[in-house]
Write a protein of this length. Structure first.
Length: 114
């Protein structure tokens, strides 16, 4: 299983950014996919999750600003981030679990300047 995240960079507060994650080596349409982030001084936290059926859930701090989605044909996971805040700065990872094994992408840096 390989997960390749991209789309990070530097933006100003209030701007938008979209992350994407390409998955291979897994039957993508059957698995739950997640975005995590590690922010400075904090542990890694779950940002958003989407089930194989499209059900989503978000951590409270991003509700109404972030949208997770998936393209099962292209085997891609997305995270649309709007109204970004400096506290959203961190390394974002796509992840999944298959056969009781956790798989992680390499992470992409998101930096939001004030």
């Amino acid at each position: 299983v390989q997960l390749q995240a991209c789309g990070g960079g530097l933006v100003q507060a209030g701007e938008s950014m979209r992350l994407s994650c390409a998955a291979s080596g897994i039957i993508f349409k059957y698995i739950t996919m997640s975005w995590y982030r590690r922010t400075p001084g904090r542990q890694r936290e779950l940002v958003a999750r989407i089930s194989s059926g499209g059900s989503t859930n978000y951590t409270d701090s991003v509700k109404g600003r972030f949208t997770i989605s998936r393209d099962n044909i292209r085997r891609r996971l997305y995270l649309q981030m709007n109204s970004l805040k400096p506290e959203d700065t961190g390394v974002y990872y796509c992840a999944t679990t298959s056969g009781n094994i956790d798989f992680w992408g390499q992470g992409t840096q998101v930096t939001v300047s004030s």
